[in-house]
Design a protein around this ligand. Structure first.
Ligand code: NAP
Length: 323
């Protein structure tokens, strides 16, 4: 038996229950992973609240690192004792140990600690797919990136700097602005007192930006559209403030704009591609271009507190749970 957070109903952080669950042995194609760190992501809040439906009762979380302690029949490329991480697969990462499909496990390189990897599996791979696949950047561009001091945000700041991209990042406070800048964000817009689209025009000599990466959603949609150049691209990759509804006639009126709503699962397969994405991410880490440590740490039993902090915008960078 292991301790795990379970959901019996959707709702506020109080629906996260710590329980004893039977973890079992891995079957064909599976491996059992004992977690060292579990990452908390905003998507966990969508599942907890029911924005993304889950059959209940269920586990929660899709992002953790640890060591393989058993493998089932037919598993050849993962071995007992391997340090691994993952970011896709069934919900249930908020647990001391679990059985996972071996095909989603990513070996962690020597030189990247479990603690660092736990901040990067989902968040770093998201920066990879946003900047290198969804709307590939070449370097030299100026981009608008929302929630620049967040979990994905701080990795994105560093990745943009590594690529020679000028990032205009939005944040809700001066303290968050300093943190984003320290991680490579070139300009910050403090949303509590500045007009986003107006500041973007000022910073780009009136031209606007070719791409906006918008994970905030409802509250920033109009500012994002108003910040784009003609034929610019809105990458709507999250809805932290609420869902996005787009009137396509607005896209024409504002300059024949493009919109995409990407999901990781369509950019991470097959396995060889996922491993190549991870190689690129860890290459930046090993070269010192991306430095990442958790900025908030909670015990697994305190998952409710972790959710309260993330949801209330009290966090910066990555948040982890320790089993
Ligand atoms: N499409 C994908 O495949 C994919 C993959 C991973 C993550 N995501 C998305 O990327 C975003 C970032 O994820 P994360 O885990 O790293 O979270 P995060 O950025 O650490 O936290 C969300 C941030 O959004 C900002 N925000 C603005 N309005 C908010 C509101 N009403 N409520 C809460 N936060 C608000 C806050 O920053 P300020 O206080 O500075 O505004 C907050 O810190 C999420 O929207 C997530 O769903 C998408």
């Amino acid at each position: 038996m292991v301790k795990a957070i379970r959901l019996h109903q959707t709702g506020g952080p109080e629906v996260l229950e710590l329980e004893q669950v039977d973890v079992g042995d891995p079957g064909p194609g599976q491996a059992r992973v004992r977690h060292s760190y579990i990452a908390v992501n905003f998507i966990d809040i969508y599942f907890r609240t029911g924005v993304y439906p889950l059959p209940l009762p269920n586990g929660l979380g899709s992002d953790a690192v640890g060591v393989v302690e058993a493998v089932g029949p037919g598993v050849t490329d993962i071995q007992v004792g391997d340090r691994v991480g993952y970011l896709i697969g069934p919900q249930g990462a908020y647990s001391e140990a679990r059985v996972m499909p071996a095909e989603v496990l990513i070996p962690l390189p020597d030189g990247v600690s479990d603690r660092t990897a736990a901040t990067l599996m989902m968040k770093g791979m998201t920066a990879q797919y946003l900047f290198r696949q969804v709307h590939p950047l070449n370097g030299g561009e100026t981009i608008l990136y929302h929630a620049a001091a967040g979990g994905v945000g701080l990795v994105a700041c560093q990745w943009a700097r590594a690529m020679g991209v000028t990032m205009i990042g939005t944040v809700s406070s001066d303290e968050k602005a300093e943190i984003a800048k320290a991680n490579g964000c070139t300009h910050t817009i403090v949303t509590s007192r500045e007009n986003i689209a107006q500041r973007v025009r000022e910073l780009t000599d009136g031209k606007g930006v070719p791409v906006v990466y918008d994970s905030v959603g409802k509250d920033t949609l109009q500012a994002s559209l108003d910040s784009l150049q003609p034929r610019g691209v809105l990458v709507s990759n999250g809805t932290s403030s609420g869902p996005v509804v787009i009137d396509t006639m607005q896209l024409a009126a504002k300059g024949s704009l493009w919109v995409t709503r990407p999901a990781m699962m369509h950019y991470i397969q097959p396995r060889a591609h996922m491993l190549a994405m991870a190689d690129e991410l860890f290459g930046h880490v090993l070269a010192g271009r991306i430095v990442s440590e958790p900025r908030q740490q909670f015990a697994l039993a305190d998952a409710r507190e972790a959710h309260r902090a993330l949801e209330s915008r009290a966090t910066t960078g990555a948040t982890v749970l320790v089993p």
